[in-house]
Design a protein around this ligand. Structure first.
Ligand SMILES: Nc1nc2c(ncn2[C@@H]2O[C@H](COP(=O)(O)OP(=O)(O)OP(=O)(O)O)[C@@H](O)[C@H]2O)c(=O)[nH]1
Ligand SMILES: [Mg+2]
Length: 422
């Protein structure tokens, strides 16, 4: 089955905690700090692969979490880094941030990678904090905790050529004539339910052709199936516009031609401006005289830019392939979408915010605090003493006093609460 839109949750790995430990062995009764650092969490990486052409796998698999870093340990053992998670998507997959709907990546080429989320930093072990004035630090740092994010994956197929036309016009038949693809073909409308891709080879060169479900009047506003798939031809360089000149479905072929072009321009000016070859199909079903009359009508009303084909007798197919190749050599590929730099959570490392909660306690928050608090183990008295000293040094006590802090007031930071005394 084909699926071209999916929502998934991604999360980079947490950093591992640093260890607090002291060397103890037969020779050294009171050795120095030897707590190792925590490992870094794994990254979340998207990888474009031409081996996949649908987002179907994301229908059931929704959560993609990279591995957490391991904690540091004694004897200066650094925790292992968490493994990255690599999410394979078809070429042409656009990734959007679900919250803002902003496009954050366009996985365009085969092998293209996008680092969506960086793993959390590991915390430092107590060995890291050893200095000439602090020989035996009793604290270590916890690893950075990462957040989950929801992203939308949207497939905008990348093909060189798109086949468009009314249902039954013979698009899938043409695809099967010119490429290695084996699409379903049948004499009823909407045989094709999702885009098919095929590779066409001409004179030793290849190009990719996308066949999409038939369009009908109102397609750009949601009639039929076609509108849903128009995004799959947004990136093609050339459109083969197929019109059933035999009128086997009883409609006027010139009206069909005009209707489809109107739908394309209603959908986007980009599609309206994509070069076209007009392909008049099913010529084998007409006697020469009727064919001549209809060609004349087409030439009078639309012009001489057309190729006549039959998917049944293969008439005109070679000519069409050559013309397609010739035009493609002159039309540059559409580039990937230009993307502004995007950060899921702008790293805030400087802010200190003070507020009062319902019970009148002073609540300290902000990015600078989050970072600072990772190094504190409050159950450890020495670490707590360090914590108080740093509150002074960072000017936070001063800020609290300016906001009315008095002896005996409660101060909260994250899940820590303590009573303040000078
Ligand atoms: N005689 C004749 N029949 C054709 C030709 N091209 C297609 N057909 C027939 O027309 C019918 C529709 O062809 P498809 O290729 O499935 O048409 P489509 O445009 O892909 O249709 P949808 O997928 O429904 O949009 C099938 O019965 C084909 O065998 C042709 O050149 N000559
Ligand atoms: Mg079809």
């Amino acid at each position: 089955m084909f699926l071209d839109r999916a929502k998934i949750i991604i999360k980079a790995g947490n950093g591992g905690n640093g260890a607090t430990s002291f060397l103890r062995n037969a020779q050294t009764a009171n050795g120095g700090p030897d707590g190792g650092d925590g490992g870094k969490g794994g990254n979340v990486i998207f990888l474009a692969s031409e081996k996949i052409n649908t987002l179907y796998d994301f229908r059931f698999h929704k959560k993609f979490f990279a591995e957490n870093g391991e904690n540091g340990a004694k004897k200066l053992q650094t925790g292992a880094n968490g493994k990255d998670i690599i999410i394979k998507v078809p070429c042409g997959t656009i990734i959007k941030d679900s919250k803002s709907d902003k496009v954050i990546a366009d996985l365009y080429y085969d092998g293209m990678e996008f680092l969506a989320l960086k793993g959390g930093q590991g915390g430092h072990g107590n060995a890291y904090y050893k200095s000439s004035i602090k020989q035996a630090p009793h604290y270590s740092q916890t690893g950075e905790i990462t957040k989950q994010h929801e992203v939308i994956l949207e497939l905008k197929t990348i093909a060189d050529v798109g086949l468009v036309g009314f249902p039954n016009a013979g698009k899938s038949t043409l695809l099967s004539c010119i490429s290695n693809a084996n699409p379903k073909i049948a004499n009823y409308p909407f045989t094709t339910l999702y885009p098919n891709l095929g590779v066409c080879e001409v004179k030793g060169q290849t190009f990719v052709v996308a066949d999409i479900p038939g369009l009908i009047e109102g397609a750009s506003e949601g009639q039929g199936l076609g509108h849903y798939f128009l995004r799959h031809i947004e990136r093609v360089r050339l459109i083969l516009h197929l019109v059933d000149i035999s009128q086997s479905d009883g409609r006027d072929f010139i009206e069909d031609y005009i209707t489809i072009n109107e739908e394309l321009s209603k959908y986007s000016s980009n599609l309206a401006n994509t070069p076209q070859i007009n392909v008049l199909t099913k010529i084998d079903l007409l006697d020469q005289q009727t064919l001549n009359e209809r060609i004349k009508r087409f030439e009078n009303l639309i012009g001489k830019n057309y190729i006549l084909i039959s998917g049944a007798t293969y008439q005109g197919i070679e000519k069409l392939k050559l013309k397609t190749l010739e035009l493609l050599t002159k039309i540059p590929k559409k580039p990937p979408i230009e993307i502004e730099k995007f950060d899921f959570d702008e790293k805030d490392i400087n802010s200190i915010l003070i507020s009062r909660d319902d019970e009148g306690a002073f609540v300290i928050s902000g990015g600078k605090i989050d970072n600072f608090i990772r190094g504190i183990v409050l159950s450890d008295t020495r670490s707590f003493a360090y914590f108080q000293k740093r509150l002074q040094e960072m000017g936070i006590i001063e800020m609290l006093k300016n906001k009315g802090l008095k002896n005996g007031d409660t101060v909260k930071i994250k899940d820590i609460a303590f009573e303040y005394f000078d």
